[in-house]
Design a protein around this ligand. Structure first.
Ligand code: HEM
Length: 154
């Protein structure tokens, strides 16, 4: 019963979190890209700060529920086998987002972004962030395909 609940929470957290990343990547970035170069970053930063709050909660829930399943089902040995590449992919993706949202963003990125808004670096930073989101969203899609197929026996 508790494992079923953990799985349901895991999937809900992943849907809200990666769904948000997909929306930001495919809708928000292109619409801010259509604006004047100096306005892009300012508009995006305001938007991203709201999403970052949601993302922190869903990333924490996905991680806790995932770890609970690993511990309860004693799945640690999977991390020693390349057959379970999707377990490594889940953990790797989670670590990347957790580092960004809980460490880099509050300690470094937020200040850097606000400083860049009015500077000459704004458009370049915006383009780099868009590329990073595209890569992360593609990796997340591969991870979801691999994890769902892998968890159901493929
Ligand atoms: C600390 C990070 C994570 C851990 C420890 C973790 C762990 C797990 C475990 C143990 C399962 C069940 C596997 C099984 O039943 O054989 C699972 C399922 C799954 N996870 Fe994760 N996960 C993590 C992060 C993620 C991330 C970042 C994503 C998506 C990008 C993800 C997507 C999924 C999906 C789609 C399933 C399959 C659900 C199903 O169809 O039953 N997980 N995860």
């Amino acid at each position: 019963m508790d494992l079923i609940v953990a799985r349901a929470i895991h999937v809900l957290a992943v849907v809200v979190w990666i769904g948000g990343v997909g929306f930001v990547t495919t809708v928000v970035f292109p619409s801010f890209r259509a604006r004047a170069p100096q306005e892009r970053l300012a508009g995006f930063v305001r938007f991203e700060e709201r999403f970052a709050f949601q993302a922190r909660i869903t990333v924490a829930l996905a991680g806790l529920s995932g770890l609970y399943m690993v511990a309860k089902l004693d799945l640690w040995a999977r991390f020693a086998s390349s057959h379970f590449w999707w377990m490594h992919a889940m953990l790797g993706l989670w670590l990347a987002f957790a580092a960004m949202l809980f460490v880099l963003e509050p300690l470094v990125l937020r200040r850097r972004l606000h400083r860049a808004i009015d500077g000459p670096d704004g458009p370049r930073l915006f383009a780099r962030m868009e590329r990073l989101h595209q890569v992360l969203f593609a990796l997340a899609a591969i991870t979801i395909l691999g994890a769902t197929a892998g968890a159901h026996g493929l």
